[in-house]
Design a protein around this ligand. Structure first.
Ligand code: HEC
Length: 444
């Protein structure tokens, strides 16, 4: 569990410190309130665990009844204290903390679970149990509650995956059928229920017809789906264009699970603004790559490596989301902004307990998404650990190079960017300043 890098150790110690501080408060020591499943723990599990840990969902076991949860008490404590469950790996106390779809538990909730397990995981009074919650069908589209069913669904061609073998890629080209340009409101990927465990990731890119040359050319990235990633909503002031007569080029990465997967189909859902909708700014979701000093990513056996990427925009921009990418040897990735006029380097987002199991797009809340002045530089840093200290490392004796197999490494991040102008940048900054003032006035 103890890692070589400073960042994870720091985050873990912050977490434990939080737990300790709680436990040492005089109130707790004098008459520790007994923590019970029925009164304290069940409501937490209902709210943050059961959507995945119920029969038929993606979690490996159900955490609904006391009888189901009790045998997992120690594992739950370990995963929750380490910040590994719920699966939203994002460092606390550093960088922007206001994120949409943030699954993280509060330090108080973690403390409650830890104290409950330490006290022998008692049930308590069954009369305290909250009524069971009902969940939407897991086969339902993300955003269906907000926007209804998608306006357009593009499916992969069916694919059959053998029970055993290596990574497999499936890259069908499928027309969208759209005849006019439209602005995307939201986009989400839905794997099949049976194929969920095997679809490691599913990327989609647009291929558009160049009217002048009559050639099909590469367009923009639509979205990247990977285990645990929700879709993305485009902020209201930006237009991410889905061009007329485009095709979606899928890039699905399957990994055999021991069971044959027959005729699997993955769906891509688009929610679109009505025809004729205009937005002031353009938004795009692009890959920003990181390189090793002096060359490509090469990690020696039992060694470590660091990669960095720099990107400067000519106009002011707003960063709407950040999603690190890497495999087994990646342990941490950070996003910072360097301001050349002041020399300041500001930490925006840090993920220091990375796992290849979960690829999450961290979407900033509207009033917290970083505004980047023209000329400032994004600094993205990746840390790799090919030693035994990295418990996800399948084989520290290997040289690891770049590649898209899970046993190789990758070094990039996906960032959704809204391209502003000077007027827009100033207005957004002023609006935020005004809201901040209003908040401090009301709290005084
Ligand atoms: C988004 C879905 C999701 C949510 C939310 C979630 N889990 Fe999980 N959980 C999983 C999946 C999938 C796995 C297996 C893969 C892994 O370990 O990452 C897992 C694994 C676990 C394990 C390890 C099981 C083992 O085999 O050792 C524990 C313990 C656990 N979860 C507890 C929790 C608790 C407690 C919560 C809420 C506080 C929670 N999870 C929230 C999906 C989820």
């Amino acid at each position: 569990m103890v890692r070589k890098f400073v960042v994870p150790a720091l985050v873990l110690s912050v977490l434990f410190a939080g737990v300790l501080v709680q436990a040492q408060q005089p109130g707790h020591n004098a008459a520790p309130a007994p923590v019970t499943f029925a009164k304290d723990v069940a409501p937490i599990l209902q709210k943050t665990c059961q959507q995945c840990h119920q029969p038929g969902a993606i979690g490996p076991m159900s955490l609904v009844t006391y009888e189901q949860v009790r045998p997992w008490a120690r594992a739950i404590r370990a995963r929750v204290v380490a910040g590994e469950m719920p699966p939203y790996r994002y460092d606390r106390n550093v960088g922007i903390q206001n994120l949409k779809y943030d699954l993280r538990l509060s330090i108080d909730q973690i403390d409650t679970i830890a104290r409950w397990v330490d006290a022998g995981a008692p049930l308590g009074n069954p009369a305290d149990m909250p009524p069971p919650v009902s969940f939407p069908d897991p086969a339902k589209w993300e955003f269906a509650d907000q926007f209804g069913p998608p306006d357009l669904v593009v499916k992969t061609k069916p694919f059959t995956l053998p029970a055993q073998g290596q990574d497999v890629w499936w890259r069908p080209l499928v027309p969208t059928g759209l005849t006019t340009d439209r602005c995307i409101k939201a986009v989400a990927v839905k794997p099949s229920l049976k194929g969920r465990a095997a679809a490691h990731h599913a990327n989609s890119e647009l291929v558009v017809l160049d009217q002048k040359t009559g050639q099909w050319v590469d367009g923009e990235r639509v979205t990247e789906y990977a285990l645990g990633k929700v879709g993305e909503i485009v902020p209201g002031d930006g237009c991410r264009t889905l061009p007329a007569n485009s095709m979606v080029r899928w890039d699905v990465h399957y990994y055999p699970t021991g069971q044959e997967l027959k005729d699997d189909v993955i769906e891509l859902g688009f929610w679109l603004y009505p025809e004729g909708h205009t937005a002031k700014y353009k938004q795009d979701l692009k890959l920003y790559s990181l390189r090793m000093k002096g060359g490509d990513l090469e990690i020696p056996p039992h060694g470590t490596a660091m990669t960095q990427g720099f990107h400067t925009f000519k106009t002011p921009v707003r960063l709407d989301s950040f999603q690190p990418h890497g495999h087994f040897r990646l342990v941490a990735k950070t996003l910072e902004i360097f301001y050349p006029d002041t020399g300041r380097l500001e930490m925006i987002s840090s993920i220091s307990n990375w796992t290849n199991n979960w690829h999450t797009s961290h979407i900033y809340e509207e009033d917290s998404s970083p505004l980047v002045p023209a000329g400032a530089t994004l600094v993205i840093t990746g840390y790799y650990d090919n030693t035994r200290a990295n418990r996800y490392n399948p084989d520290p004796d290997q040289w690891v190079g770049p590649g898209s197999r899970t046993a190789d490494e990758m070094s990039h991040a996906w960032i959704a960017v809204t391209h502003l102008d000077d007027e827009g940048y100033k207005r957004l900054a002023a609006e935020r300043e005004a809201k901040k003032k209003a908040r401090t006035n009301t709290t005084q």
